[in-house]
Design a protein around this ligand. Sequence first.
Ligand SMILES: C[S@@+](CC[C@H](N)C(=O)[O-])C[C@H]1O[C@@H](n2cnc3c(N)ncnc32)[C@H](O)[C@@H]1O
Length: 205
Amino acid sequence: MSIRTNYEKWYESDDYYWGLEPGKFLDELIRLCPPSVGNAVLDIGCGEGKDAVYMAEKGYDVTAFDLTENGIRKTIALAENRNVAIDAYVDDINTFETGKQFDIIYSTGTVQYLFEENKKAFFEKIRQITKPDGIVFINVFVEKPFLELPPDWDKEEKMWRSGELFTYFADWKTERIDEVIFEDRSGGVPHFHCMDTIVCRKVDC
Ligand SMILES: C[S@@+](CC[C@H](N)C(=O)[O-])C[C@H]1O[C@@H](n2cnc3c(N)ncnc32)[C@H](O)[C@@H]1O
């Protein structure tokens, strides 16, 4: 197996690299699209599964994938440990296919792994596999000339241009758009990120 992301190594340990606290954005998503029978969530780049498992605990039907075998192994273990069912598997954001549509599509900290040539097809796919009235949440790291590359930046990650993410959903209903600079301590070294976030709804035109 060729290792394309350092996360494969960082997820080897029994400790959870990202901890077990669910992402701070999830309650916003739950408010915008509350769980009801059969409501489906896709977590793209689920890491070690803390967010996917939290959504399963809330009652959603969760599908989750990540490029790392260790991340998926830990996602499945966490789901078993919490007594929830989840469909988690190894896949690549650049090439993934799914036969399903989802009420919520969620991807945090992962879209910068899309190769430039795959961006257009990826967003066309996301638009197709979102159910009518469904919600998309995506964030991405963006380049700022006054910020250094983070110390745990992966060789396949590419910074996006400020605002670029928003252009793919210009005709959807915006629930939230923002660009924030924040301090992070992942990898043990304090550093800053700039991140663009979009939360938007697929509405009939
Ligand atoms: C910053 S982490 C975010 C993980 C998770 N979303 C979270 O918040 O805990 C980025 C994730 O993207 C995954 N990743 C890297 N390249 C990928 C690819 N080509 N396809 C899918 N996931 C990928 C990494 O393995 C890692 O889990």
